[in-house]
Design a protein around this ligand. Structure first.
Ligand code: PPE
Length: 315
């Protein structure tokens, strides 16, 4: 991952140069994590760069903001335009896009009274999230000693900055023990999700994942994969997942914007199936990239194309 090729950031209404996209140290969001964000991928297609499920990501951004009482001073259409502008101005063919809204600088104290809401959209190239080769060879994960917070502690279906401290602790612990990623259990010992991904299990040829009855972020990739798997003729079941499901699984994979569809081949040293990417995961991966690249006409409504000729004025 590298920020070097990113030249422009959209900030509070206009594009500014990367080095000028700064925030004051007194910003409420810095002190308390009081912000919400999204991660969206932009894929190369025959008709130029296209954002995958941008509308769904913006829908979730406004939902997360509402949960935390953040009033975003732009419409969805303005933010869609902002996202397209950032991709076009940076001349990326494919990239990762990060819209973020947070309480800025005015006062401190946990109640963000009077703090302005700041909005920024960054974009940069981001390759394989869990290491090169992870999507083909699969990744090794560990069950985290950190539990996922439950939905009575924090709104698990919202994507808020401060909520990620739980993920960060789990991810750092997993990395320190040589694993690519952490799996977090909930307080009942059921599987919640990865530090930044949803989890799917394949058992008896059926595709199984959990849902909002468990403390997970309802991933947009998760939703896409459910639809793609059904389109391929698989039965998809949503129910609780526990460690026993992992032991009995034929295949396991992660889904997420950053991770896309990545096989999990080992959990704490125990192999899943043969310890390699399985055939169901491979078919779903292929279907996913057919959709993101615009090659599957059934899913082109998931793509928002970025205009080839940027018509935006320079600040
Ligand atoms: N659970 C969590 C906790 C999560 O952070 C993500 C996305 C998902 C599930 C999958 O959601 P979706 O992207 O809508 O399919 N994690 C984002 C952040 C990764 C990061 O390290 O930053 C992402 O994949 O963009």
């Amino acid at each position: 991952m590298s920020f070097e090729s990113a030249k422009w950031v959209w900030m509070n209404g206009a594009c500014v140069r990367w080095d000028e996209a700064t925030v004051h140290v007194s910003a409420h969001g810095l002190h308390y994590g009081s912000g919400v964000f999204e991660g969206v991928r932009c894929y190369e297609t025959e008709e130029g760069p296209a954002l995958f499920r941008l509308d769904a990501h913006l829908e979730r951004l406004y939902y997360s903001a509402e949960v935390y009482g953040l009033e975003i001073p732009y419409t969805r259409e303005e933010l869609s335009e902002a996202v397209c502008e950032v991709v076009a101005r940076n001349e990326f063919r494919s990239c990762y896009v990060r819209p973020i809204c947070f309480y800025g600088s005015r006062s401190l104290g946990v109640n963000p009274r009077g703090c302005p809401v700041e909005v920024a959209v960054m974009a940069w190239p981001w390759g394989a999230y869990l290491g090169a080769g992870g999507q083909d060879a699969g990744v090794r994960v560990t069950v985290s000693p950190w539990l996922k917070f439950d939905s009575r502690m924090m709104p698990t279906t919202a994507k808020a900055c401060g909520q990620y401290l739980n993920s960060m602790l789990a991810a750092r612990d997993a990395a320190s023990r040589g694993f690519a990623e952490a799996l977090l259990l909930d307080a009942e010992g059921r599987i919640a999700e990865g530090s930044g991904e949803n989890l799917f299990v394949v058992k008896d040829g059926r595709v199984v994942t959990n849902d909002e009855r468990h403390p997970i972020l309802l991933g947009i990739t998760r939703d896409a994969v459910i639809q793609l798997a059904r389109g391929l003729g698989f039965e998809v079941e949503t129910r609780a997942l526990d460690l026993e499901d992992l032991r009995a699984a034929e295949e396991v994979f992660f889904t997420g914007t950053a991770v896309e569809v990545t096989p999990v081949v080992e959990v704490d040293g125990a192999l899943i199936g043969e310890g390699a990417r399985g055939p169901v995961t491979e078919r779903i991966q292929r279907a996913f990239f057919e959709a993101t690249s615009g090659r599957d006409p059934r899913y082109t409504h998931w793509l928002r194309h970025v205009a080839a000729q940027p018509a935006w004025s320079t600040v």
